[in-house]
Design a protein around this ligand. Structure first.
Ligand SMILES: C[S@@+](CC[C@H](N)C(=O)[O-])C[C@H]1O[C@@H](n2cnc3c(N)ncnc32)[C@H](O)[C@@H]1O
Length: 230
């Protein structure tokens, strides 16, 4: 079975031998793929609503992935540390993802990996992760249906840090491929529009100063990408 580019990138971040839980699975395509790949020690999935779980059950059966356990619950409410060492939370807003992480204390245990793909508010998720001591180990951009997403692999490192400046808007994404460059370019355009509005209204000088600093960091990054022929 084949996955979309976005789900493939997420699936590719799962280490062989992992015990995976896909939170908010909906259609169940990712757990079906991971189970059938034989790369994982176990695969389970949750969803807060019954309807998506019914469609996941149907798709899992059609794919011959009946060994995937499904749970109807909010986030990781019914999942314990021995059931999962790799937790995927994809296709939800950054604030919803932060809430799910906050409520599941086992995600702070040693050896637990998080693979996150926010649909909106990626900047807020990066700030939440930094303030709560989760390190981002790897982050890539991917495009699906004309929309650019960030996919990040994280683990609890126990030390809070600041996700400010350009880090808040692009995380670890680099201008070393078309999608990375497009993601940074998109963030640049959003911040530029906001900064232009602030300039026109003369309001919030502090915000404007911060935005101008981020814009010059992003310009430098994009310029470097160009120099390296990307
Ligand atoms: C847009 S779908 C994403 C499906 C899949 N993860 C993907 O990335 O393609 C979001 C799913 O998350 C589920 N969901 C939203 N909030 C949730 C929560 N707190 N706990 C579990 N599932 C949740 C929704 O019911 C929905 O099925």
């Amino acid at each position: 079975m084949s996955l979309s580019k976005r789900l493939s990138l997420i699936g590719g971040m799962v280490e062989p031998g992992s015990r995976v839980c896909d939170v908010g699975t909906d259609h169940g395509y990712l757990p079906a793929f991971l189970y059938k790949s034989g790369r994982c020690a176990s695969v389970c999935a949750t969803d807060i609503r019954e309807k998506p779980l019914l469609s996941a059950r149907k798709n899992l059966a059609a794919a011959g992935a009946d060994g995937v356990e499904l749970y109807l619950c909010d986030g990781l409410e019914k999942i314990t540390r021995d059931m999962a060492d790799t937790v995927i939370i994809a296709g939800m807003g950054g604030e919803v993802i932060s809430g799910i992480i906050e409520r599941a204390s086992f995600l702070r245990d040693t050896g637990v990996t998080l693979i996150l793909q926010p649909t909106t508010s990626a900047d807020k998720l990066r700030v939440f992760l930094a303030e709560n001591g989760f390190c981002v180990l790897c982050e890539k951009a991917v495009e699906e249906n004309g929309i650019l997403y960030s996919v990040m692999r994280c683990a609890f490192c126990g030390m809070a840090y600041r996700a400010d400046g350009a880090r808040k808007y692009i995380g670890l994404i680099k201008p070393d491929c078309d999608e990375g460059r497009a993601y940074i370019g998109k963030q640049y355009a959003i911040i530029k529009k906001r900064a232009d509005e602030l300039k026109n209204t003369g309001k919030n000088a502090f915000r404007l100063k911060e935005d101008l600093t981020v814009l010059s960091e992003l310009e430098k990054l994009l310029g470097e990408g160009e120099k390296n022929g990307v």
